[in-house]
Design a protein around this ligand. Sequence first.
Ligand code: NAG
Ligand code: NAG
Length: 173
Amino acid sequence: MPLILNVSVLLFLKQKDLLDDLLQMMLKIKGSGKSGHHLVPKREDYPAFTAYRSSPQSLSVNEIVKFDKVWTNNADGYDPSSGVFTAPLSGLYHFAAVVMSSSVGNMYLRLFHNNDNITSTRTKVKGYMTGTFDVVLTLKKEDKIYIKSGHNSQSIFSDGNNYSTFSGNLIVT
Ligand SMILES: *[C@@H]1O[C@H](CO)[C@@H](O)[C@H](O)[C@H]1NC(C)=O
Ligand SMILES: *[C@@H]1O[C@H](CO)[C@@H](O)[C@H](O)[C@H]1NC(C)=O
């Protein structure tokens, strides 16, 4: 009896987490079937985002680039107020970013997976150069992806032309 009670309380408290985990389990079972077809989340729940800036950002050392507006943010994985993407589901993801340097030049940015730097981009020539990122990574649920300035303070450029963008999407669970 006490066990059943505890489970009910847990169920009540962790309902959302449990539903997410159940969904993941169902996806795995379906995916391992003979057909080889993967059951994918509904379109509106399929993690995918593109965020952008339409103004410059001054970055101090190791500061996260804040793509503060979104065009697409399925499943709400991307947080425009922090610049951090948090994986709503485990799976294989693709990320890409295009970031424009300011007129001063000298831009050095790194893409992070949780606390690990994965890849960097650098421009040295003065004025409005673009640095790009393009990676496919295996993420666990709640893993974080973001872009940070390196060891120097610097600025990135954008304006109403939306030059600086950051995108990511789930490829398959
Ligand atoms: C990037 O990550 C590698 C491996 O973890 C580490 O050795 C290196 O110091 C990091 N680079 C920077 C600039 O933090
Ligand atoms: C930048 O994005 C905004 C919001 O979607 C859009 O209204 C505007 O036309 C875009 N600017 C350009 C030059 O594409």
